[in-house]
Design a protein around this ligand. Structure first.
Ligand code: GLN
Length: 536
């Protein structure tokens, strides 16, 4: 039992009393608090809020802009290709968390990584915003360079800002969970506002006004972080982990710098060759290839951890549970991440968006998800706590299965919406409530799965694998974005028949996954039997 305690509790739990501020936070922020939490949380909350404002503000505009005809100021790309690019972008953003977390741990420290990340993201948005000066159809080089900068910047910012949130609560436990819930609210307030403001500007005023507004949001986040980090975060995440032997330390730093140099040079080379026209990239083919390569790499990684990770039989069982949760998370995100692609196109082309003569921008529908998260997150937190108090907690696979099943209802609704369009023919506009209802059920699914998945990774992973298992969790989101991008182009007024088929397949995948996982709940709970019931 003593060993289990180490796995599931923070190492400093025994040394920190709950009445005193944790070491490192004493005297910080002059005793000020943020909703009763360390004041540093406000800095992280607002920085992440503005970062998500810019991320979610830009994302839904991407497919609409790239697929828009040259005469409408777009790139005139085929829908399937435009959607696949959005998928590859989402995949890269999440996958970049792996090197981003690594560079922060080994070289930069969390705070510097966040600062540099925020600068990269701001530069990326600026580059995209200014690409509009090139005129219709032009500006592809600054546009794609902007996307690459945002990918690199988000890789540096997103995992490391979450890591500092965790560091604010060295005592762990429910206060840390509560801190993460407040942080998740910040994410969704930013997403909600971003999609309303940049969406309206992009669709109503001009694409590049929307892109520019997203950039200004990130600039505000950068200023907030720079001005407040010294007074509220001092001491946390300022230095990377160092080895005690200076020779080994400088060797380690050299390895990181060389790896970074090689990686960045390869990205720059591919970018240059493509920009010069010497290399032609087919996003759909690359996207499909990436799904298989990434899945194969994840399987190999788990096999390696099993065979050579030096784990005890109990730890191996928990790693196996993480693998199972990862697979089902990919199915969930593969459906959920169709929001910026297929559901976005459905809002634009087949949804009646007129309210008393005002045409609601398609991108506003993206905000529905964030709105429901802000509304429902406290309700769900309350439900889990209430169930826990009565000793009737759902296990994490149980909650995952529920999440998959609820998301299936969301896509089931879309089958009817799509059939109504097919029977009415192109030009038919259906009620906006179909999408609102779909997003409602998807959000309920998200709240059963996403926060639960995050905390399960930290609780199930052996200490020395926590960071890597977090990376695996974000890889599931990345793969989901890729799948959502690859299938997203199936919403097309010229190929109406594909649409109900897409939503049927998505619903079926979710239902099958929910049922299979429900059947696995009991064996998985047996595998996790060492985990204290309270932890899940
Ligand atoms: N909406 C959450 C965020 O932006 C989670 C997204 C995901 O993991 N796919 O952080």
């Amino acid at each position: 039992m003593a060993r289990d305690k180490n796995v599931f509790e923070q190492p400093s739990a025994a040394t920190v009393t709950h009445d005193e501020p944790p070491p490192g936070l004493q005297g910080m922020g002059g005793g000020r608090t943020f909703f009763g939490h360390p004041v540093g949380l406000s800095t992280l909350f607002f920085t992440e809020m503005w970062e998500r404002f810019s991320y979610y503000g830009l994302r839904p505009l991407l497919v609409l802009f790239m697929a828009a005809a040259l005469s409408e100021g777009g790139f005139g790309f085929d829908r399937g290709q435009a959607s696949a690019i959005v998928g590859i972008y989402g995949f890269s953003v999440y996958l970049a968390s792996l090197p981003g977390g690594w560079v922060a741990d080994r070289l930069l420290g969390l705070q510097r990584a966040i600062f540099i990340g925020a600068c990269f993201i701001t530069a990326g948005h600026l580059s995209i915003g200014l690409s509009g000066l090139a005129g219709p159809g032009g500006g592809k080089v600054p546009f794609f360079m902007g996307l690459v900068l945002i990918v690199m910047g988000t890789g540096l910012l997103k995992p490391n800002i979450s890591a500092i949130v965790g560091d604010l609560y060295p005592e762990g436990g429910s206060r840390r969970d509560a801190g993460f819930s407040i942080f998740y609210m910040g994410i969704n307030i930013g997403a909600f506002a971003g999609q309303l403001i940049t969406g309206a500007l992009g669709e109503k005023v001009g694409w590049h006004w929307g892109f520019g507004a997203a950039g200004i949001g990130m600039l505000v986040g950068l200023v907030v972080f720079s001005m407040r980090r010294g007074s509220t975060l001092q001491g946390l995440g300022t230095a990377p982990t160092r080895l005690s032997d200076p020779v080994a330390q400088s060797r380690r730093e050299r390895t990181v710098k060389i790896t970074l140099g090689v990686g960045l040079s390869i990205i720059a080379l591919i970018f240059l060759l493509t920009a010069m026209g010497s290399l032609t990239l087919d996003p759909q083919a690359i996207g499909q290839y990436m799904v298989y390569v990434t899945l194969a790499m994840v399987v190999l990684f788990f096999l390696y951890v099993f065979a050579a990770g030096g784990l005890s039989p109990d730890e191996k069982k928990r790693i196996a549970v993480i693998f199972v949760l990862f697979i089902f998370a990919v199915v969930f995100w593969g459906a959920f991440e169709q929001a910026p692609t297929s559901l976005n196109l459905f809002a634009r082309d087949f949804t009646d968006r007129n309210i008393a003569g005002f045409e609601v921008p398609a991108t506003w529908f993206q905000s529905v998800n964030s709105f429901f998260v802000i509304l429902l997150a406290p309700v769900f937190a309350g439900i889990w706590v209430a169930l826990g108090r009565r000793n009737r907690d759902f296990s994490s696979p149980g909650k995952f299965s529920l999440g998959l099943g609820t998301a299936a209802i969301g896509f089931f609704l879309m089958i009817f919406a799509a059939r109504a369009v097919v029977s009415g023919g192109a030009g038919t506009l259906v009620s906006p409530w179909w999408l609102v209802g779909s997003y409602f059920f998807q959000t309920v699914g998200e709240l059963c799965l996403s926060p639960v998945g995050l905390s399960s990774m930290t609780k199930l992973a052996p200490r020395q694998y926590v960071g890597q298992m977090m990376g695996i969790w974000f890889t599931a989101s990345g793969l989901g974005s890729l799948i959502g991008g690859l299938v997203g182009g199936h919403v097309d007024p010229e190929k109406l028949d594909q649409m109900p088929v897409l939503f049927q397949r998505t619903t079926m995948s979710l239902v099958v996954a929910a049922v299979v996982l429900a059947l696995l709940v009991i064996p998985i709970r047996k595998m996790m039997r060492e985990v204290p019931a309270k932890a899940h």
